[in-house]
Design a protein around this ligand. Sequence first.
Ligand SMILES: [Zn+2]
Length: 313
Amino acid sequence: MTASEVLSGGLRAIDTMTAGMTKVTAGYLLDAPRPTLVECGPALSVAAVIDGLRELGMEPGDLAYLVLSHIHLDHAGGAGDVAAAFPHATVVVSEVGARHLVDPERLNASSRRVYGELMDEVYGDCTPIDAARVRGVADGDRLDLGGGRFLDLLYTPGHAKHHIAAFDADAGALFVGDSVGVKMPGMTAIRPATPPPDFDLVLAQRTLDRYRALEPAVVYLAHYGAVDPPREALNEAADRLRLWAETAAEAYAEHAELDHVTETLGRRFADEVDVASDDPDAGRRVALLSGYRSNAMGLVRYFEQRAEGRTAT
Ligand SMILES: [Zn+2]
């Protein structure tokens, strides 16, 4: 049996079993006349998601939409396989990233450079999706889920320039991908995810402000699950992002070297992982998805681009 969990408002979380661990990346299935899956995790573990959907009674023709918060492979890598298993599903993704799912050669190649050995151990290559089945969306677009229910799509850059969020206004449920950060079992705080190549601090802060103005009833992270209560969680995410960026900026001012920034972040934020946790994967999960080196690389790159006047803000 695949692990799936009933949440409020006819929603289920399907554990994608990313990297063979529980509670790394969630897929969220919205039970509506047009059933919709938000996120599917990487290609290498997507069989768990497809099995999970089938166990929930989804026939091949049933899935209407697969919504991807962004095209990083820990979210979108399995999209081609889900599309093949559910041939009526439309893959919904930011118009900024859509073409990379139709022709994933560049996405796979750049991911291989970033992930190294993990590409073959954890992620796997994204398979191409027929262009007719990929819908690139912009801010303000909405999906008709049937029965008077809609899913509003928001363009929410910062973590990546191809990031969107999805808001189910009836349930007040906001699906934020990685734009709020990560909080998985064994973590004591919401940790920002600031990876290269296009993390942008100002855009990330604006995205958080926008979420606060929506006043969601519940906020679902991709990694992993609901953060509660939502207002406090969004405030915490903004505070932690500021703290990470300040810490990285001070370290970078001391020594403009990636190793120094990485080590400084590691010392300063080690307490975000509960060392007393009896979960053996607590440290591995966060190292995989929001590690010090990756976050340092994204922040340093942002500082350098901003100094050269090459950021969007
Ligand atoms: Zn992610």
